[in-house]
Design a protein around this ligand. Sequence first.
Ligand SMILES: Cc1cc2nc3c(=O)[nH]c(=O)nc-3n(C[C@H](O)[C@H](O)[C@H](O)COP(=O)(O)O)c2cc1C
Length: 323
Amino acid sequence: MKTRITELFGIQHPIIQGGMHYVGFAELAAAVSNAGGLGTITGLTQKTAADLANEIARCRDMTDKPFAVNLTFLPSLNTPDYPGYIKAIIDGGVKYVETAGRSPEQYMPLLKDAGIKVIHKCTSVRHALKAQSIGCDAVSVDGFECGGHPGEDDIPNMILLPRAADELEIPFVASGGMADGRSLVAAMALGAEGMNMGTRFIATQEAPVHENVKQAIVAASELDTRLVMRPLRNTERVLNNAAVERIIEKEKRLGADLQFKDIIDEVAGVYPRIMKEGEMEIGAWSCGMVAGLIHDIPTCQQLLDRIMGEADALIRQRLNSML
Ligand SMILES: Cc1cc2nc3c(=O)[nH]c(=O)nc-3n(C[C@H](O)[C@H](O)[C@H](O)COP(=O)(O)O)c2cc1C
């Protein structure tokens, strides 16, 4: 399959693994890239720019295919060393960056001068247009279904993707709710030129997370995610568990008075214990509704081959036969 996304990133299949905190280590990024997609190292999971440089080098040892680094711009008191991370990316010879969170505008000159292609993840058409106007090469359009931060507009991909197609000139991938060949073909029909997956890639052999995390995704249905932190305008879609129920109870009880400090125990710094130690009930962790479509733990190669095979059959047989 050849699209503006496969051409832009020099990849075989139009499938991207989105940055994921404490999941997007070199092992997963390399496995996705080796399978013909675009793997992504999550920049901020690395504590320092030197750690990121080391992670990029580790990834390079595991693949000679292109891979990306995710830079998430968070509202935070202690701003991470973004210039240092960008230097590590440039020095490490990485040619692709996935930005997310706030607008990457401030860092675009640094990235562009180094010849880096930027794909910005956004949850609304207006943010996608802004990304286009500041020189992003592509966008990843994240619908309301997505695991992680769906924004505050709540527009699912069935509407958001064709709206993006109507407005954008740069290519975009569909993100949120994508799992299989059906997702890919549907995304293409709605105007995307590829797809980005998060949750689906956690339930793979190579994802360097605790087995409990993978099993939790396989066991979950599409009914099992919840939205937390909406009162703080920092909405996150997470898998339901005891900690999430505590957050929701506090959100109901405190209403507009809720402050970050009220839920800090359930959301701050919980990822290492969940993803590495498999302590599934201690905090909130991002997970998409797409968990309802995930029933196995394949290798990345098996997953991508299966998706492309399904997409081929869908287009050539099912859809073609309807004409
Ligand atoms: C556990 C987890 C952690 C994530 N962490 C990040 C992150 O640090 N930065 C980011 O830009 N997106 C992050 N995401 C969002 C994904 O990159 C992707 O956009 C999203 O998962 C797509 O929705 P899906 O899960 O339905 O495929 C995360 C998602 C998950 C499931």
